[in-house]
Design a protein around this ligand. Structure first.
Ligand code: HSE
Length: 399
């Protein structure tokens, strides 16, 4: 079985390395056909690289090679990558991808194309890097009603927040370190503004609730406005600030979707997930809480998930691995201002909401956590304050 990789960047190079180093042993462990890396697509040249001779800048070389049965898309983006993936599926080649932007924006269409052409379209690496969560959510936990999926879904921002909390590192310095380590997106705005976590939440919510969810439907905030003062006040309230993605099913059946920095109580495991690690909490009515933890970004952890999908395709070249869901339903997603939540508020002055449960004051600032209420209604009550920061407080009630 011949393999091609699209993109020889952080993830693609890790996939090539893993296939080269461990490829022979995969075939020894099962009856699957032996796998051979035959082409790598990249517009750049890599003189002296061990894979130099198989790098091509022509996608047609891969598309028109009938010996290539599995293509690993590791380029990112949802335009050229979409055209390539669609063309491969229409040619009957199976595709695996680490590209969350592509799956969140075009996953429904691409899954339909895979079905129509009896090919596989797998995307374990698109959420939480090396953590296995796509199959556990859609297969192992399929018997449950999923009341919530919540998690730290972006390694770069978790790395930045950890460095800010533990060492007092400045935001820009922590981001530069994350870029050097290969965690950040090509444009790190996608990380720090929450777009990357949003795309991953869309994929998880789609699988948990069975209808495609698009990034435009998710209320998304990043971490760029978090200050050292907020980190310290959160600590005084025994919370850590984490960028969380949350999908919750409401009593009326709709789902609530939010990506935002939140205060997470230190009594919960998620508050202690550090550095590039991600965590995904899945709450099912039968199983209870299940939490997955591991490296959420980086070359080899992500390659681990991509190559696992390649192996799955190789083992199932005669039949489909079925991931399936319904198209988008706009009415299925509740407006963000209906979310029922407590809010952390930092404001100038010495007043506080009458309903506030906890109050701290210093340096001419008032800091408090509101009672639980609809997000939009509580925000309206804050109109009289000179508010500097508002953050949600994450609570994890039993399903
Ligand atoms: N930029 C992403 C992150 C890479 O930091 O989590 C993995 O999807």
């Amino acid at each position: 079985m011949n393999i091609a990789i699209l993109g020889y960047g952080v993830v693609g190079s890790g996939v090539a390395q893993l296939l080269t180093e461990n490829g022979a042993s995969y075939a020894q462990r099962s009856t699957q056909p032996a796998m051979q890396l035959k082409h790598i697509l990249d517009k750049r040249s890599f003189p002296g690289d061990e894979h130099e001779t198989i790098i091509t800048s022509e996608f047609g070389v891969i598309l028109n090679d009938p010996s290539v049965g599995i293509v690993a898309e590791c380029m990112g983006g949802a335009t050229f990558a979409y055209d390539c993936v669609l063309a491969c599926l229409q040619a009957g080649k199976s595709v695996v991808t680490s590209n969350k932007e592509l799956v969140a924006a075009k996953g429904y269409e691409l899954m339909q194309a895979a079905k129509a052409n009896n090919a596989n379209f797998l995307f374990e690496a698109s959420v939480a890097g090396g953590i296995p969560v796509i199959r556990p959510l859609s297969q192992c936990l399929a018997a449950n009603h999923i009341c919530e999926v919540a998690g730290i879904l972006n390694g770069t921002t978790n790395f930045i927040l950890t460095r800010m909390i533990e060492d007092g590192t400045a935001f820009a310095d922590a981001l530069a370190q994350a870029q050097e380590l290969g965690y950040a997106e090509a444009d790190p705005t996608a990380d720090v503004e929450g777009h990357d976590a949003c795309r991953k939440l869309c994929i998880l919510a789609t699988l948990a609730y069975g209808k495609h969810v698009y990034p435009e439907q998710v209320h998304t905030e990043g971490i760029t406005k978090i200050t050292a003062e907020d980190v310290e006040y959160a600590a005084a309230f025994k919370h850590n600030i984490k960028l969380l993605g949350r999908a919750q099913q409401l009593d009326d059946g709709r789902i609530s979707l939010v990506v935002a920095p939140m205060l997470v109580p230190r009594s919960h495991m998620i508050a202690h997930v550090k550095d590039v690690y991600n965590a995904v909490l899945i709450r099912g009515d039968a199983v209870g809480d299940v939490m997955f933890h591991g490296r959420g970004a980086g070359s080899m952890p992500t390659a681990s998930a991509v190559v696992a999908d390649i192996i799955d395709c190789a083992k199932h070249c005669e039949r489909r691995r079925v991931f399936d869901w319904l198209p988008n339903d706009p009415a299925f997603v509740a407006p963000a201002n209906e979310e029922c939540v407590r809010l952390y508020v930092r404001a100038s002055g010495d007043a506080a909401l009458p309903s506030a449960e906890t109050i701290a004051q210093s340096n001419g600032e008032v800091v408090f956590i509101t009672s639980r209420g609809k997000y939009g209604e509580t925000i309206a009550k804050l109109a009289a304050f000179d508010v500097k920061t508002v953050l949600r407080v994450a609570e994890f009630e039993a399903c």
